[in-house]
Write a protein that binds this ligand. Structure first.
Ligand code: 3PG
Length: 307
């Protein structure tokens, strides 16, 4: 059995070593395709793979067509919007993610961006502090929950919105104030941290009207997905509300326009860095390897996300 790790944005070497150990101990072979750039290289590498470990790498019908022996794809991470689930099901391929494994790393970066925002992107002028400010956590999953834990250390007043009753239950357990709608969350907060997945319902849902409800000097932090932002609406808003800041770990399609419209109030990492720590790579990578071994040896389908 051949397990292919295909990561255009590679894991830390220590994580690759750990994945290799898990795979080889199970009697399988590990193949590595890093920084492949061209999709053609991925199509070639998947041809004889039985299992695939990916990150934000796109697995669509074309990749699945090329992967004739493929039985399982594990997205080493949380969001699986990069995998065509229906096509995978049609090809008889199981798709899993590794929920929670990289969530602390992403949550820590949200605070990196938050501090950078309130200290005016480190431009030397006097900023503000996070202590005592109202933080809105938009979606209370694994990352949102870690954001809440860290925010307590900063002394922030924490509110959260999530449509799922289980998440509201988790907020109550954590002593976080649940609010009834996203509109209410934005209207009450100095800082909002986005943790919604990119789905048909959420794509383009964060824009002019919602973010425009934020308090004066508001900061929006995006460590989730660029697709959830309505870029046209955000650009318009940032032009109108020169008090607002937008900090993102996922570069918008219209990055240059954001830089122009919100100079000194906008920052994007050049490449998504949220899960890019040795710890997150080890946790997610090894979990992915173990899930593959469990699936191939025992048919274990825990964390399966397609039908
Ligand atoms: C995730 O969904 O797990 C995060 O966005 C991290 O994505 P990455 O593995 O591409 O860095």
């Amino acid at each position: 059995m051949k397990v292919l790790v295909a990561t255009d944005k590679p894991f830390a070497q220590v994580a690759v070593d750990g994945i290799r150990k898990e795979i080889e101990n199970a009697g399988y072979t590990l193949a590595l395709l890093e920084k492949y750039g061209e999709k053609a290289r991925l199509l070639e590498a998947v041809a004889d793979a039985d299992a695939l470990i990916i990150r934000s790498d796109v697995v669509d019908a074309e990749v699945l067509d090329a992967a004739k022996q493929l039985k399982i794809v594990v997205r080493a991470g949380a969001g699986y919007d990069n995998v065509d689930l229906a096509a995978a099901t049609a090809h008889g391929v199981c798709v899993m993610n590794t929920p929670g494994q990289n969530s602390n790393a992403v949550a820590e970066l949200a605070f990196g961006l938050m501090v950078m925002a309130v200290r005016n992107l480190y431009n030397g002028t006097s900023g503000t502090e996070l202590k005592g400010k109202k933080l809105g956590i938009h979606a209370y999953g694994n990352v949102g929950r870690n954001v809440a834990r860290i925010a307590k250390g900063f002394g922030m007043d924490i509110l959260a919105y999530d449509a799922f009753p289980a998440a509201v239950e988790a907020m109550k357990q954590d002593g976080i104030t649940p609010v009834d709608s996203a509109e209410e969350l934005y209207a009450q907060c100095n800082v909002v941290s986005l943790h919604i997945p990119a789905t048909a319902e959420t794509k383009g849902s964060i824009g002019h009207d919602l973010v425009g409800r934020m308090l004066k000097g508001g900061v929006l932090i995006n460590t989730a997905r660029k697709e959830v932002i309505d870029e046209e609406g955000m650009l318009k808003l940032l032009g109108e509300r020169t008090d607002l800041k937008y900090m993102t770990d996922i570069m918008p399609v219209r990055h240059a326009e954001f830089q122009e419209v919100a100079a000194g109030r906008y920052f994007s990492t050049p490449k998504k860095m949220g899960a890019q720590t040795a710890e997150a790579n080890i946790n997610a990578g090894i979990a992915a390897a173990r899930q593959i071994v469990g699936f191939l040896k025992d048919g274990c389908e825990r964390f399966r996300v397609n039908k």
